[in-house]
Design a protein around this ligand. Sequence first.
Ligand code: NAP
Length: 252
Amino acid sequence: MSEFLSLKDKVAVVTGGSRGIGRAIALELARRGAKVVVNYNRSPEAAEAVVREIQGWGGQAAAFQADVADPAAAQNLIKFAIETFGDLHILVNNAGITRDKLIMMLTEEDWDAVLDTNLKSTFICSKAAVKHMMRKRYGRIINIASVAGQMGNPGQTNYSASKAGQIGFTKALAREVAGRNITVNAVAPGFVDTEILLSMPPETLEAALKLVPLGRKGQPEEIAYAVAFLASDQAAYITGQVLGVDGGMAMM
Ligand code: NAP
């Protein structure tokens, strides 16, 4: 029996690991012993700081620039992880953006940017990872969705569609790859204290928090603990699930 929730000798890729929730996930996986590729797009210093923090405790990590909305770059990210650390066990599709507008103001460009970054990247990274994981007959894919994909949110038709898409993708892929000992799950955060919330008007956020039974925002680490659990050997019998980490906001 492996040590409880240990990720020793596992190799993980965290997309958008430079800041916010992805940063907390990269640190938590590394704390449990995983070697972590910290993907970033526009924040090299932040990504390098995450790597240095992990290396400071004697862990192994590497930063890799890739705009995961670009399929070739996303494929290179997975290739880099396998070449650098010799394997790939855990993929966390976390990179995400918002472009919030009411539908009459929403442009096709806003739609495509959000769908490509949040959903298409999940497909491209997962496809590249699954190719390796199927051969190894082991894998953990964890997609960071959102309550917006479960409940919808005004001003977020593009974002909600991308997150609902990730949830459907999670369930379909879970069924496809279960026979190869690969699990695919989603974590659906509620409102979490990161820079992504800065684009929300404070009064909208205040009103939204009234819908949270636990009455507060979540912290990035609280999402990371759920991800670390789903990545562990102790979660081997869980697949195709959506774990809400949202203070009780969406009770599905
Ligand atoms: P954040 O603080 O804005 O961080 C976003 C991260 O994604 C950054 O590391 C950023 O990297 C990366 N990223 C963005 N576009 C990218 C791209 N094209 N390629 C690679 N990396 C990219 O956001 P967050 O709150 O941590 O959100 C993380 C995930 O949780 C997202 O999928 C989001 O939808 C989801 N989520 C968040 C909340 C919340 O309340 N915070 C709630 C539900 C779900 P660079 O800075 O290097 O570009």
